[in-house]
Design a protein around this ligand. Structure first.
Ligand code: 5GP
Ligand code: MG
Ligand code: MG
Length: 184
């Protein structure tokens, strides 16, 4: 599949599976089953987080519920303002619930900062974040990301939900692209 497009496999399927199990165990320790606030509510950020979200939910030894949000930055020139538009909002009220944002990757962290501010105004019982991947820039932001799968170099990656022009999301691993894909 995608013959000749993938330059290297950065994180293998096995590594993703092992890390997901590790993260799930840590998360379940903080949110044991049977809390008065109800089941842990996973909020996935479309579309990149879908594979991680579904694998994480199945690895978690606690009941969870799932909601999705779709957001978009206002283009690259203005995205540094951190202004984000909601394309699809949550279907349910999150007030009084334990909410876990499930992210694919944090780069500048602007999307996440905005999301944290937005969701916290809805008065959840708690709001925390798990991300599969984190880039170096993200360590500078003022958002407490409790669970991080892998810290990766500042390279553009695809697979396991992450796309380039909507392609490669269906790869089971995280990889980098050959320059010819970008038209190079
Ligand atoms: P941030 O606001 O943290 O800069 O942007 C995060 C979003 O940018 C991610 O949800 C993802 O859509 C996109 N992004 C950042 N780095 C990468 C990358 O290496 N590969 C892909 N496919 N998307 C990325
Ligand atoms: Mg994302
Ligand atoms: Mg994308």
């Amino acid at each position: 599949m995608y013959e000749g497009d993938i330059a290297s496999v950065l994180i293998s399927e096995d590594q993703i599976r092992d890390k997901t199990a590790e993260l799930a165990a840590a998360i379940a320790e903080k949110f044991p089953e049977g809390q008065p606030e109800g089941d842990l509510l996973l909020v996935g950020v479309l579309k990149g987080a879908i594979f991680f979200m579904t694998d994480l939910a199945r690895a978690l030894p606690i009941p969870t519920q799932m909601e999705f949000m779709a957001v978009s930055s206002y283009g690259s020139s203005t995205s540094s303002s951190g202004v984000v538009r909601i394309l699809k909002d949550l279907d349910k009220d999150i007030a009084g619930r334990h909410v876990l944002i499930v992210e694919d990757i944090i780069d500048s962290g602007l999307t996440l900062s905005w999301l944290m501010r937005n969701l916290s105004t809805r008065n959840p019982a708690s709001l925390s974040v798990v991300t599969l991947l984190r880039k170096p820039e993200a360590t500078k932001i003022d958002v407490d990301v409790e669970w991080v799968g892998f810290d990766i170099p500042n390279e553009f990656v695809v697979g396991y939900g992450l796309d380039y022009a909507e392609r490669y999301r269906d790869l089971p691993y995280i990889g980098t692209l050959e320059p010819h894909v970008y038209g190079g």
